[in-house]
Every structure is written in structure tokens, then in C-alpha cells.
Design a protein around this ligand. Structure first.
Ligand SMILES: NC(=O)c1ccc[n+]([C@@H]2O[C@H](COP(=O)([O-])OP(=O)(O)OC[C@H]3O[C@@H](n4cnc5c(N)ncnc54)[C@H](O)[C@@H]3O)[C@@H](O)[C@H]2O)c1
Length: 423
């Protein structure tokens, strides 16, 4: 789409913010070698020629660059946010100048947020990239008339895949979706090292307080939780993990962390990070026993992990004490601080994962979108994994960009591994 047409259609905060957005996008592009390589491939092959692609992702610079790569592959791209607080207005403005239609603003009201998603769907996309499942869910529940045209799509995160699998199970899902989160090159690096680093980046820049010596409670020891706990330990914290899964709890114990039920962890913690994808993991009974000055943050997809209504019900007053920090002054005199309104702290109060991490994740997104476009008729209305060859290709491109070579199997080794005799 031309710049003028994108500008006519888009809804953004302020187009004058574009220069700052371009600088941000240029910086990440210089640190995303795998995606740069895919961009060149797409420019030559034009896999999305004549197609409309709708994207709903945390709308910051790395995402913007993915949108430009998909556009380089011939697509007419429309993009919206995937969380009200993770959209960066300057990046949105820059994308409009690059000919991409944008329906997104930082911190819209809930109804406006939904309208922006609906506007994105009204472009009648052929392919969709979603993060958390809002776009696909609204399409099926509120605009089923627009489903026909959609060939398929790709979903970014754990929570979105859970929702898609529920839709597949009850027969609602009408086209194939690729579960990008479940690829090795996604969860091993993005969920673990990306969330591990960017959560602390968000907490540290927001609070400007020390982590060393404090007790950090990590709620949920999945791929994200492992990264958050690992980096908390590196910063010198005493790390406590809470879990509901016995195997993950043993893993956390063997990794050297204290494992406690939340009722006990609530008393011990100075800083809490929820990362379960579940609701109400910190709630009323926990607030009642927390230390004065406890800091709560969330890194799970939705802002339901820390139960805000039950915190509000205990508060005499609530006020903003620093950007992205709200103090809940409790009736008994204690204060509890909540970061970024309980939304993903690394995105709502930070810039998200490092560019080199998103390079792999978004390379998977780009290749998965091409894959689903080529095979949607054969796949049918299912949630499918990223094919192993694509996963491996991303890892190989990554190694090449790092200048790292690895060994290959000799013919003797291959036959040894494939045989059951004479070991
Ligand atoms: N902040 C980010 O940038 C980012 C990045 C990737 C994923 N996510 C989101 O983070 C969340 C977690 O993702 P993941 O990949 O680690 O998922 P996961 O399934 O690997 O891990 C979640 C863990 O939480 C545990 N859990 C569930 N309910 C619990 C409870 N009540 N108390 C304690 N533990 C509980 C589960 O047993 C599981 O081990 C999802 O919502 C995902 O979408 C966020």
C-alpha cells in the first residue's frame, strides 16, 4: 500500500512522532540478521504477492520490522496492537510512513482497543499473525462473516495457543493456525532468555531499586518462569518458586531454588513476578500476609494473574507514585506496589525482548506464514506445529549469523545411530 493510502486509513496517536520510530526500527533491523536474510528471500520470491496480511502483536520496533519483512514479500499489511500498554506511538507513526496501515495507540480505552482490532479485521485479511488470540477470537465471535477469506495464520504465544486449541476442540476454529510458540527456536530462547532478561529490564528501569539480597518470588516455572528465576539469581536475589505442577516443582528445586506454596511465599517475598498464563495466582489471602512495600509484577499474557479487584478492595487509596508504579495504601497501613497495572511488565514498562531474540521468533513467524499460505488447504482447521525443518533452518541461519560452525555426522556415525545391532 502507498504511504498516502496508509495515512488515509490508519488510526495512530500522532504521525509527527515518525522520525523517532524510524530510528528505533533501524536499530533493531541492524541486530536482526536472520530476518534480514528472510527479507531478501521474500523480496525475490514474493510469497505474499496480492495477499492481505493482518498482524496483531505487541507493537514496538521489532514487530514493526517483521511487518516490513512481510510487506517486502508482496503483502498489503495492516497491523494493530495485542495489549493496550505495549503499543509505541512513534513506531506506529513510522510504519504508516512506510506504507503499512496501522490501527493502534498506546493505552486506548478497552472499547477502543477492541474497535481497533475490528478495524484490522475489516480489511478482510487472507493471512493473520496473532499474539494471545484476541484477533482470532474476535473474528470468530463477532465477525464470522469475515472468516471465509482467511486462509490461515500463525500464533505467537502460549496463552494464544491454549485458546486456539480450545477453539479447535469445540469445532469453532475455521482455518489452520501454526503454533509458533511451540517451536524450539521460540520457547527455548524467547520465553526463557527473552523473558528472563526483559522482565528484569522492565522491573529495574521502572523501580530503580536493588535486586541483590531481596527475596524474589517467581510464580510459575514454565519456560518464561525458568528464565525469570535464572536472571533473578544472577542479580543476587534469593529466589522462591511456586508451582502447581509436581515435575516443574522438582525441576525448580534441582535448579537450586526454594519451592514454597503461595501462602508461604506471599509472606517471604519482596518482589513478585507472575508468569503462569493463569488467573488469580496472587489474590486476597496473599495480600493479607505480604510485607509492607512488596512489589508485584506480571509477565504472563493477560492482566489477570494478579487479582486487582481484591487488591483494590483492601486499599484505602491508590495513587501513582512513579511512572508505571501504583501504590495501594492498605487499610492496615501497609503499602503494596503494582507495576504497569499488572500487564506484561517487560512490554508495558519496557521495550520487550532483545532484538537478537526476536530475530529468531519473528523469523519463525515469517516462515510459518509462508508455510500456512502454501499448505492451508491440506492442513484444514487445525492448530499445527512449525515443521521441524523450518525450526532447524532458523537455528542454522542464527549460527551462520554468529559465525559459528558445527559438526556433521559421518556416514559411519549415521548408520551406527540408526542400527540396533552390535553396539
Ligand atoms: N512477557 C513476555 O514477553 C512473554 C513471553 C512469552 C510468553 N508469555 C506468556 O507468559 C505466560 C507463561 O508462558 P510459558 O511459556 O512460561 O508457559 P508454560 O506453560 O511453559 O508455564 C506456565 C507455568 O505456570 C504454572 N502454573 C499454572 N498455574 C499456576 C499457579 N496457580 N501457581 C503456580 N504456577 C502455576 C504451570 O504449571 C506451568 O509450569 C503465558 O501467558 C505466555 O503467553 C509472556
Amino acid at each position: 500500500m502507498s504511504q498516502t493510502k496508509a495515512a488515509e486509513h490508519s488510526i495512530v496517536r500522532d504521525i509527527a512522532l515518525a522520525p523517532e520510530g524510524h530510528l528505533k526500527i533501524d536499530w533493531v533491523q541492524a541486530h536482526m540478521p536472520v530476518l534480514n536474510r528472510i527479507r531478501k528471500q521474500f523480496e525475490a520470491e514474493q510469497p505474499f504477492k496480492g495477499l492481505k496480511v493482518a498482524i496483531s502483536l505487541h507493537l514496538e520496533a521489532k514487530t514493526a520490522y517483521l511487518a516490513k519483512v512481510v510487506q517486502a514479500g508482496g503483502a498489503d499489511v495492516t497491523i494493530t496492537g495485542s495489549n493496550p500498554l505495549s503499543t509505541q506511538d512513534d513506531v506506529c507513526a513510522a510504519l504508516v510512513e512506510d506504507g503499512i496501515t496501522v490501527y493502534a495507540k498506546y493505552n486506548p480505552e478497552p472499547e477502543e482497543y477492541k474497535q481497533l482490532l475490528l478495524r484490522t479485521l475489516e480489511t478482510k485479511p487472507d493471512l493473520i499473525i496473532d499474539d494471545g488470540g484476541d484477533l482470532i477470537s474476535i473474528l470468530h465471535s463477532e465477525r464470522p462473516d469475515l472468516r471465509e477469506q482467511v486462509r490461515g495464520g500463525a500464533e505467537e504465544t502460549t496463552t494464544g495457543i491454549l485458546r486456539l486449541k480450545a477453539m479447535e476442540k469445540d469445532g469453532t476454529l475455521q482455518f489452520p493456525m501454526v503454533a509458533v510458540n511451540d517451536a524450539f527456536c521460540k520457547y527455548l530462547f524467547d520465553n526463557r532468555y527473552g523473558t528472563g532478561q526483559s522482565v528484569w529490564d522492565g522491573i529495574n528501569r521502572t523501580t530503580n531499586l536493588v535486586v541483590a539480597g531481596k527475596t524474589v518470588v517467581v510464580v510459575g516455572y514454565g519456560w518464561c518462569g525458568k528464565g525469570v528465576a535464572m536472571r533473578a539469581k544472577g542479580l543476587g536475589a534469593n529466589v522462591v518458586v511456586t508451582e502447581i505442577d509436581a515435575i516443574k516443582a522438582v525441576e525448580a528445586y534441582m535448579d537450586g531454588f526454594t519451592v514454597l506454596p503461595m501462602s508461604e511465599a506471599a509472606r517471604a517475598g519482596d518482589i513478585f513476578v507472575t508468569v503462569t498464563g493463569n488467573r488469580d495466582v496472587i489474590r486476597g489471602e496473599h495480600y493479607d500476609v505480604m510485607k509492607d512495600g512488596a512489589i508485584l509484577s506480571n509477565a504472563g499474557h493477560f492482566d489477570v494473574e494478579v487479582n486487582k479487584p481484591e487488591l483494590e478492595a483492601r486499599a484505602q487509596n491508590v495513587h501513582t507514585v512513579r511512572k508505571n508504579i501504583e501504590e495501594y495504601k492498605l487499610k492496615d497501613g501497609r503499602s503494596i506496589y503494582l507495576l504497569a497495572e499488572g500487564r506484561l511488565v517487560n512490554l508495558a514498562a519496557g521495550d520487550g525482548h532483545p532484538a537478537e531474540i526476536m530475530d529468531m521468533t519473528f523469523a519463525l513467524q515469517a516462515l510459518s506464514l509462508k508455510y500456512v499460505n502454501e499448505h492451508y488447504e491440506r492442513i484444514g482447521s487445525k492448530v499445527v506445529n512449525v515443521p521441524y525443518e523450518l525450526d532447524e533452518q532458523v537455528a542454522r541461519f542464527k549460527l551462520e549469523s554468529l559465525g559459528i560452525s558445527i559438526d556433521t555426522l559421518s556416514a559411519e556415525q549415521q548408520s551406527y545411530l540408526a542400527s540396533w545391532q552390535e553396539h
